[in-house]
Design a protein around this ligand. Structure first.
Ligand code: GLN
Length: 310
């Protein structure tokens, strides 16, 4: 078979190859508003740092980004606190489920990394300032709108409310963090920021565009804006590589070989440093909470493009 040269051809081929897998996995039914999503959907979008873009399938359908948002809140918190953030959260892979409670207690309230829920709650708390949770949420939405170059990016309030009402494990983690002195603000405020960032609604095209700064040493190549420093961009990629899929991070590195971040909405953002950013979406999940078809698609894309950090 001819090796496709053009990114449009590659993306179309990946989308065609995924058709026989679509519908695999289980949607995240522990968040009631996500339990209703039709698993038979698949979208893919690639944004390249030279400005080219390609998309296929349901790339224009908005979905709940969930934990993918943790990459962007980490970026904001590092800009706000600098290296001081690392006193409150570690940077080791957890090898545990994203919402593990037992690990947090054994490590005395310092979460293993900023991409598990406990770590992301610390990051959400760090973003609280004079404007309270509303100010922090507005800063997060503002960043994603600028990065996506699209003012339509917004929060799905139904998803936020649904998780707010049923997120008892996250409430437990937040309370334990507060008891350990690792939340500065009110438990309710940190949780409010967290459920709203998770409820950001974006499509694959917007998400791939938003991740481009991580492929380009912290600078958004399309607007020229310095989102973060080159060193921080490199470190965020390292954390995505080692921690982005929780207890499936090793398998993702093995299959795809690129930094990535999953969300239980079925999206995955992957970064190909110096090339571009990729967003895939398909709602059926593996037991560890990564999109089953999304991982297969990224594996196929990496093999067709040759993109790898190894
Ligand atoms: N909002 C989800 C939760 O806290 C995010 C989990 C995820 O996407 N991995 O459970």
């Amino acid at each position: 078979m001819r090796r496709p040269q053009d990114i449009d051809d590659i993306v179309a081929l990946v989308c065609r190859d995924m058709q026989r897998h679509i519908g695999r996995g289980r949607v995240a039914d522990y968040i009631p508003a996500l339990a209703r999503i039709d698993p038979r959907q698949f979208g893919i979008a690639v944004a390249l740092i030279d400005g080219r873009a390609a998309a296929a399938g349901d790339a224009d359908t908005a979905f709940s980004v969930q934990s993918i948002s943790k990459v962007f809140t980490l970026t904001l918190a590092l800009e706000k606190l600098g290296d001081g953030l690392w006193k409150r959260v570690g940077r080791e892979p957890s090898g545990s489920a994203f919402n593990s409670i037992v690990q947090l207690e054994s490590e005395r309230g310092i979460p293993r990394n900023p991409l598990i829920n406990a770590g992301a709650l610390v990051v959400a708390d760090a973003l609280l300032g004079e404007g309270g949770p509303e100010g922090a949420i507005a800063a997060i939405v503002g960043l994603l709108r600028r990065l996506a170059g699209d003012a339509r990016v917004s929060i799905d309030e139904e998803v936020a409310a649904s998780e707010g009402e049923t997120g008892f494990r996250n409430a437990s983690l937040a309370n334990f963090l507060r008891a350990s002195g690792n939340l500065r603000g009110a438990v309710a405020d940190g949780l409010q920021v967290y459920v709203h960032q998770c409820a950001l609604s974006m499509n694959c095209r917007q998400l791939a565009r938003a991740g481009l700064y991580l492929a380009n040493q912290g600078v958004d190549p399309l607007s020229g804006a310095e989102v973060t420093t080159p060193l921080r961009a490199r470190r965020i990629n390292a954390i995505m590589m080692t921690c982005g899929h929780y207890d499936a991070s090793g398998d993702f590195a093995f299959r795809v070989g690129l930094p990535g971040k999953s969300g239980v909405g079925g999206g995955i953002l992957a970064i190909a440093p110096r090339h571009g950013a990729v967003a895939v979406w398909s709602p059926g999940l593996s037991p560890q909470g990564s999109s089953l078809v999304g991982v297969l698609a990224l594996q196929r894309l990496a093999s067709l493009t040759g993109w790898s950090v190894f």
